[in-house]
Write a protein that binds this ligand. Structure first.
Ligand SMILES: [Fe+2]
Ligand SMILES: [Fe+2]
Length: 180
């Protein structure tokens, strides 16, 4: 993957991969006749990841502001981080194994976009590991600061991946009527 398309450095999809999102802008997705339960469920997973991350950040800020004690914060951190990181890992596997190989062949103009998403998943593996290490370090040291910093990086990369993935995948499903 060229440097400017790496998850860590890119600012969005390149123009060459925006042909379908230009035809199917986000504002019209839900009204489209091919917007089905599969797409609705898949997008709801992305919403869940964002919500879990926001809760984890809010809980960590409350702990650092001394609004909650360590004994209250620690199990919340474990539960929220465990769910977020495990579910995200599973989600990427389902995409890689079940859906993306089929979706990649539908429109040759954006096939390359699925290589980009595959590279993103590899990059996210590293980010997930770093976040898990930072969560464990926070539990050991009782210092939420480095963990909150790591969550900031995690959130920026997760958001980049989710937005770009949605802008590749949803238009290809709407244009083709893909059912899974
Ligand atoms: Fe993904
Ligand atoms: Fe996804």
């Amino acid at each position: 993957m060229e440097t400017d398309l790496r998850l860590e450095t890119r600012a969005g999809l390149p123009d060459a991969l925006r042909v379908l999102i230009a035809e199917y802008p986000r504002t019209g997705w839900e009204q489209h006749r091919n917007f089905n339960e599969l797409v609705r469920f898949w997008l709801s997973r992305h919403v869940m990841f964002r919500q879990l991350l926001a809760r984890l950040q809010a809980e960590t800020e409350s702990y650092m502001d001394r609004q909650v004690g360590f004994d209250t914060y620690a199990p919340r951190l474990s539960q929220l981080a465990g769910t977020l990181l495990n579910e995200l890992h599973i989600h990427h596997h389902v995409e890689d194994d079940q859906y993306f190989p089929k979706l990649a062949g539908i429109d040759a103009r954006i096939t390359r976009g699925f290589e980009l998403l595959d590279a993103d998943h590899h990059a996210m593996d590293g980010v997930i590991h770093r976040a898990a290490d930072a969560a464990n370090a926070a539990l050991r040291s009782r210092d939420g600061g480095p963990f909150l910093d790591e969550l900031g990086t995690f959130g920026r990369l997760l958001d980049r991946h989710l937005v770009d993935e949605e802008e590749l995948v949803v238009p290809v499903i709407l244009s083709s009527g893909f059912q899974g």
